[in-house]
Design a protein around this ligand. Structure first.
Ligand code: NAD
Length: 321
């Protein structure tokens, strides 16, 4: 396997670069000396997420919907395909756009990588495992997805994207890799995007009850965004096709997460139990043996620290508003 340090990129195209994970990825790439073209249609992201990069040499923001073929003039040696609504609230609001971004968007991003002879990375997801019957989930588990359930527009689009990427690598020799990202949190998640961490922090800071779905015993494994970005860049620097799980194997129940956020914010909030969404997975935990062995990657930021950093960001932003 090619050593991570030996592979340097001159110019990366990041689709979905104005979203939560994408904006951190753009920053990390610029920090390592890689020029970035951020391609986004702003359906769930905003130019504000990359406003801090506007003056930096090598950064270009291009408004485009990747479901339509798109071109980038300057030669690129890395394409990171991160465009896709990702929170359940977003993909349930944008079901057809989510399916088209995972299918047509992946095809167009792969075509761009092929034209440029670039390394291609697909942002897939732990949702590819659906409501898993294997725990923790390793990459050779095929998953348990309801193809016509409400979450299918996201889960199946990502699974299709994985199939397309694998076929493209086999048929056309495109240098492709697939990362299956598990729940990631951090600054720039929208307070109303419906995901647990921003929802709980917003509610705790407002002194409102924290809305925990079901009995709160369902688990997630939460990775701080800096860890996830480091894993993605390690995958880009390798020549692996994958898929490779990138996530934090430390599992937490949603009730414990709510209590931790209350404690870290010093809030007076209580917990209120609400109905659990259809097909909501009961457990979620990555087996990261492959990432540890092949990428020498593992998460470093403990939940208490990552949550404290995220809470600080929400407080500072509220103070600036
Ligand atoms: P996000 O909604 O914050 O970012 C997605 C970005 O993609 C947004 O800026 C949006 O405007 C853009 N986009 C969507 N469709 C587009 C299209 N057709 N053309 C151009 N731009 C488009 O979500 P996120 O949490 O940052 O997720 C980023 C990627 O990582 C997604 O592909 C998601 O599936 C994947 N992922 C994220 C997580 C997580 O926990 N955050 C977990 C697993 C996978």
């Amino acid at each position: 396997m090619r050593q991570a340090a030996a592979r340097r990129f001159q110019h990366a195209v990041v689709t979905g670069g104005a979203g939560f994970v994408g904006s951190h990825l753009c920053t990390a790439l610029l920090d390592q000396g890689t020029a970035v073209t951020c391609v986004d249609d702003f359906c769930t992201g905003t130019p504000g997420n990359v406003a801090h990069l506007a003056g930096r040499p090598g950064f270009t923001l291009l408004r485009a919907d990747v479901t339509e073929p798109f071109a980038v003039e300057r030669s690129a040696d890395l394409v990171l395909h991160f465009a896709s609504p990702a929170s359940p609230a977003d993909y349930l609001r944008l079901p057809l756009h989510t399916l088209e971004t995972g299918s047509l968007g992946t095809r167009n991003a792969l075509a761009l990588a092929r034209r440029h002879g670039a390394r291609f990375i697909l942002a897939s997801t732990s949702e590819a495992y659906g409501d898993p019957q294997q725990h923790p989930q390793s990459e050779n588990y095929w998953g348990n997805v309801n193809p016509v359930g409400p979450r299918s527009v996201y889960d199946e689009a990502k699974r299709f994207g994985e199939a397309f990427t694998t076929a493209e690598a086999g048929v056309n020799g495109t240098d492709a890799g697939i990362v299956r990202l598990f729940n990631t949190y951090g600054p720039r998640m929208r307070g109303y995007d419906g995901r647990a961490v921003p929802t709980f922090i917003r509610q705790a800071l407002a002194g409102e009850p924290l809305t925990v779905t079901g009995d709160g015993r369902q688990t997630r494994s939460l990775a701080y965004v800096d860890d996830t970005v480091r894993g993605i860049l390690a995958m880009a620097a390798s020549d692996l096709l994958g898929p490779v799980n990138i996530g934090n194997p430390v599992e937490i129940t949603m009730l414990d997460l709510a209590r931790t956020v209350i404690e870290l914010t010093g809030s007076e909030s209580t917990v209120r139990f609400i109905e659990r969404p259809t097909d909501d997975p009961a457990v979620r935990c990555p087996d990261i043996t492959l990432a540890r062995g092949k990428l020498q990657w593992e998460p470093l930021v403990p939940a208490a620290e990552g949550l404290a950093r995220t809470i600080r960001w929400y407080r500072e932003r509220a103070a600036a508003d």
